[in-house]
Write a protein that binds this ligand. Structure first.
Ligand code: NAD
Ligand code: ZN
Length: 250
């Protein structure tokens, strides 16, 4: 099938659904300038998955905090970028009632910056840092952490260590139940820019596929659930793809 027919098919599935949920991964933000983990410039390729997992875990944060922060400051403080065309188009699609919610694995806050309202983030927000002292509600942003001279940033209120508000290996995801319910209750699920290999979110998508036929994937290269897709669009430009698809809805 050529791309125009795929755009048409996706457009008509979107037009006939009353509850479309979008699941996004790192691939929607590469066009904004943030590399994914598994792509050519991604840290799984450049540093190796083992090295990343050995440091970006909750045990390393607790026991080897300096080493953790050295790595975190180098590789996880995301560049300040603007949302991509695809982020803006998804926000517009929500306003028009074409989609109802976004469940994202991304930690870059770009959906919210683009204006999407119903965003369920399961891996947190890399620009927020929270105090580790129980009962201290302090949260600061990345600019504060960049501005302090200490390698390990401390809470400006109580002096305790700050932790990035991202889900580290070994920690439960955020919004687990809401994310799963939102996905399972969808009438149409659209995955954009995810290899669908990171759990538990990939598991929720797998569960959805077991009981529903309406499933769209827009991604560069293969995903773990391509065989379940009603329509698969292979593209490295998700912004252009959404623009084309919208022509067949309006
Ligand atoms: P992934 O790296 O497993 O998969 C990304 C997918 O997107 C790949 O299949 C890749 O081929 C595809 N892709 C890359 N650029 C694309 C483009 N321009 N158009 C279409 N597809 C494109 O990502 P994931 O499944 O989201 O999981 C990775 C994990 O890394 C998650 O836990 C996530 O929290 C984290 N992560 C987040 C960010 C971010 O917030 N922007 C960036 C890197 C990693
Ligand atoms: Zn504090």
């Amino acid at each position: 099938m050529n791309d125009v027919n795929i755009y048409k098919d996706i457009g008509s599935l979107l037009a006939s659904s009353k509850n479309t949920v979008v699941v996004t991964g790192a691939g929607i933000s590469t066009e904004a300038g943030i590399p994914d983990f598994r792509g050519e410039k991604g840290i799984y390729r450049t540093l190796g998955e083992d090295k990343v997992m050995n440091l970006i875990n909750v045990d390393a944060f607790r026991r080897r905090t300096e080493e953790f922060y050295k790595f975190y400051r180098n590789y996880f403080m995301l560049p300040k970028v603007k949302p991509s065309r695809a982020h803006y188009l998804l926000a517009e699609m929500e306003k028009k009632g074409i989609i109802k919610a976004i469940v994202t694995q991304n930690i870059d806050n770009l959906h919210q910056k683009a204006g999407s309202k119903r965003v369920i983030a399961v891996h947190g927000n890399a620009d927020n840092f929270i105090c580790t002292k129980i009962g201290c509600p302090t949260m600061v942003d990345g600019d504060y952490v960049r501005s302090v001279s200490d390698l390990v940033p401390k809470c400006p209120q109580c002096g305790s260590i700050l932790k990035p508000d991202v889900v580290l290996f070994g920690e439960p995801i955020q919004n687990h139940r809401l994310a799963r319910d939102t996905i399972l209750n969808a009438q149409l699920l659209v995955v954009i820019g995810s290899s669908l290999t990171v759990y538990p979110l990939a598991g929720f998508v797998g569960e959805y596929c077991a009981s529903s036929e309406k499933f769209i994937i827009i991604n560069k290269g293969p995903t773990a659930l391509d065989h379940k897709a009603t329509v698969k669009l292979d593209t490295d430009n998700t912004g252009k793809a959404l623009e084309e698809i919208l022509k067949y809805i309006e």
